[in-house]
Design a protein around this ligand. Structure first.
Ligand SMILES: *Cc1c(COP(=O)(O)O)cnc(C)c1O
Length: 245
């Protein structure tokens, strides 16, 4: 199991390198978040021991147990960096503000207001990505592109938040060129925002099935689950902690 994961991570890195080379983007740093939803602490620890520090979680309740375990375990160093990539429920904002380093799924100013208010003074500012509904689909979450400037202005006034860029989860699409087209639209928005605010540096696009197109389109923070951990089993009895709690 450990060797599988090590191998998978090696392959993800190879893929990033190859596609970067093809597009003459080698000078740019492209990193990835290991999406560890439904994965146990042991499994996450295996990934961490390969040197991969960024992890993405979707479910607050499940993730806090993991985050606390790593935080409280004195032998763990360096510590994981936690990205919240799930849908934000308003009753979970406090926990996100308290336990995460990044939040990828901001879609309104109210959430930003409370995240800022609830972020502890002694913690680093919470890194923020605005989620874009890039397909402009009714059943998808994220703001429409024309709302971006307005929401960015609101977020930038908060001192406990640091606006870093954009994120999208496009409609699933198996055709490479269709994936690329949508991601290029994201990159255009990203560049526009960067022109206004030069400190914007992160474009979170690309999952296991479309990472190639995401890299080609200029994504620099991929979110990779299946390609690292294998297919997620919907195991309701997943033992998150080693001791089975
Ligand atoms: C689960 C998830 C991923 C990872 O998807 P894979 O296809 O397993 O790589 C990426 N981003 C978000 C927002 C997710 O929920």
């Amino acid at each position: 199991m450990y060797n599988d994961i090590k191998n998978n991570i090696w392959h993800v890195k190879q893929e990033i390198n190859t596609i970067q080379k093809q597009h003459n983007k080698l000078q740019k740093k492209i990193s990835f978040v290991a999406v560890s939803k439904n994965q146990s602490i042991d499994t996450i620890n295996n990934v961490l021991s390969t040197g991969q520090r960024e992890f993405g979680e979707n479910y607050v309740q499940e993730s806090i147990k993991k985050i606390l375990w790593f935080k409280n375990n004195k032998k763990i160093y360096p510590k994981p960096i936690w990205h919240f990539i799930g849908h934000i429920q308003s009753n979970k904002i406090k926990l996100i503000a308290e336990y995460f380093d990044w939040c990828h799924t901001i879609t309104n100013k109210n959430t930003a207001f409370y995240l800022n208010k609830l972020r502890k003074e002694d913690a680093a500012p919470l890194n923020i990505l605005i989620q874009i509904n890039i397909n402009q689909a009714k059943n998808k979450s994220g703001i429409y592109p024309d709302e971006l400037v307005n929401l960015s202005e609101k977020i930038l006034i908060y001192s406990r938040l640091k606006l870093r860029g954009l994120m999208a989860i496009p409609t699933r699409e198996s055709d490479y060129y269709k994936q690329l087209k949508v991601f290029l639209n994201m990159n255009k928005l990203f560049k526009q925002l960067q022109n206004i605010y030069p400190s914007i540096d992160t474009l979170s696009i690309g999952m296991s099935n479309d990472m190639t197109a995401a890299i080609a389109a200029g994504g620099n923070l991929l979110r990779i689950g299946t390609a690292i951990f294998g297919n997620r089993t919907k195991n309701k009895n997943l033992k998150i902690l080693n001791n089975g709690i």
